[in-house]
Structures are given as C-alpha cells and as structure tokens.
Design a protein around this ligand. Structure first.
Ligand SMILES: CC(C)(COP(=O)(O)OP(=O)(O)OC[C@H]1O[C@@H](n2cnc3c(N)ncnc32)[C@H](O)[C@@H]1OP(=O)(O)O)[C@@H](O)C(=O)NCCC(=O)NCCS
Length: 206
C-alpha cells in the first residue's frame, strides 16, 4: 500500500508538491494550513497530534515563495515532531549518482543535478532547474523554474532565485539573498541583498 504523506501548506506550491508526491508513489493524506478546507487536516501546530492519530507516515514542507520566511521554521517544527521527513524526486528528474540530497528536498520534473552537487535540507528545485557539477545549494533555498547554476556555484541557506535566473561559475549567492527572475549573476551576491537585471545589480542600483 502506498505510504501516506502530509503536505504543510495548501497553497499553489503545496498543491504542486502534492502532485509531485503522487508521481513519486505517495498517497497524499492531506494538508496542514492556517485556513480550513476539505483536505486540510489541521494547522501546522497540530502536526504531532495528527501523527499520533496515525494520519500520515511522513510529511514535507509545501510552503513556497509566498512565505519564504516561514519555510525554515516549518521544517524545524516538522523535525521537532519526530515525523519522517519525505524527500521527493520526480521520476523524470535527472540526478548524477554523486549528487547528495538533504531531508525534505523536493526536485520537480526536468530538474538536472550534476556531478557532486549537494542540496541542503528542505531546499526546492523547481521544474527545469539545471545545477551543474560541484554546486552547493543550502538548506531552505528556493530555485524557481528554469534556474541555471553553472559549475561550482554556492547558494547559501534560504536564498531565493526567480525563474530563469542564471549564476555564472564559482559564484556565491549569500544567505537569504534574492535574485530576480531572468537575472544573470556575474559577481557574488551578499547575504540578504536583492539583485536584478542583466548583468544583475542591486535593486535600485541601476
Ligand atoms: C525581484 C522581484 C521579487 C521583485 O518583486 P517586487 O518587489 O514586487 O518588485 P516590483 O514589481 O515592485 O518592481 C520593482 C522594480 O524592479 C523592476 N523589476 C521587477 N522584477 C524584475 C526583474 N525580474 N528583472 C528586472 N527588473 C525587475 C521593476 O520593473 C521595478 O522597476 P522600477 O522601480 O524602475 O519601476 C520579482 O519581480 C521577481 O523577479 N520575482 C520572481 C518570481 C518568480 O520567479 N517566481 C517563481 C515562483 S515558482
């Protein structure tokens, strides 16, 4: 029998994660969220009680870029609950055998992770992302559809990269930095900074 997965967050990203889970062979038991609804089993804080009631076999964070700042806290809540954390890789993603994934990572269809790539806990690798050899993607980082990381790039914890952003080789995008959709990063991005454009410049610094 397929194992039952609970997804924390019932918004657009949460539903995308639920679809991914189904492709990976899970049965989606339901969601936790702040709002109520047909398939919402409770609030995030109810996780431990839901597990005690046998509602699921594992759980995963499904909150996306609408609430990036909550993703790490939800993961900590999940870890503290003792529930198994699922890692989801779409059957049509392509991962090098030397690539390493942390707990709770989600890799959507068409993701390509090259040789020796390391992906930290709870990171999101959306459809069509390419991370070439030796990239390090930190915990809770969020790579939107079509992001391209050239070889040796470091994405620090909690950083956000918008759709089709590109990062040139061996650069670092700092902790909780944001890279706008379509930007081409040609130099290191300091922690917490937002950059945009081609070449990418700090917001307001054009
Ligand atoms: C960078 C981003 C977060 C900024 O959002 P925001 O704070 O709402 O910014 P605004 O839309 O108010 O735009 C602010 C300025 O930045 C510019 N700008 C916004 N996004 C830009 C982009 N991707 N590239 C270049 N310039 C951009 C705007 O034109 C505007 O310029 P102005 O001040 O000269 O008028 C957003 O535009 C973005 O790129 N988000 C990524 C979305 C995405 O990829 N989601 C994937 C989810 S799966």
């Amino acid at each position: 029998m397929a194992k039952r997965l609970l997804v924390m967050g019932a918004g657009g990203h949460g539903r995308a994660v639920a679809d991914l889970a189904a492709e990976c062979g899970w049965t989606v038991a339901g969601f936790t969220d702040r709002v109520t609804g047909a398939s919402i089993l409770g609030r995030d804080e109810d996780l431990t009680a839901l597990a005690a009631a046998g509602a699921m076999d594992a759980a995963v964070v499904g909150v996306g870029n609408a609430a990036l700042d909550r993703r790490a806290a939800l993961f900590q809540l999940l870890k503290a609950s003792g529930i198994v954390v699922a890692t989801l890789v779409h059957p049509r993603a392509v991962l090098s055998r030397s690539c390493r994934l942390g707990e709770g990572v989600v890799v959507f269809a068409g993701g390509v992770l090259g040789s020796s790539v390391e992906v930290g806990d709870n990171a999101v690798v959306y459809s069509g992302v390419i991370a070439e050899h030796d990239c390090r993607i930190g915990a809770h980082a969020y790579l939107s559809p079509g992001v391209v990381l050239c070889g040796g790039v470091t994405i620090e914890a909690g950083a956000f990269l918008g759709a089709r952003a590109t990062v040139l080789p061996n650069l670092t995008v700092g902790k909780e930095a944001e890279v706008a959709a379509g930007a081409v990063v040609i130099s290191d991005v300091p922690a917490g900074e937002m950059v945009m454009g081609v070449p990418a410049r700090p917001r307001g610094g054009r």
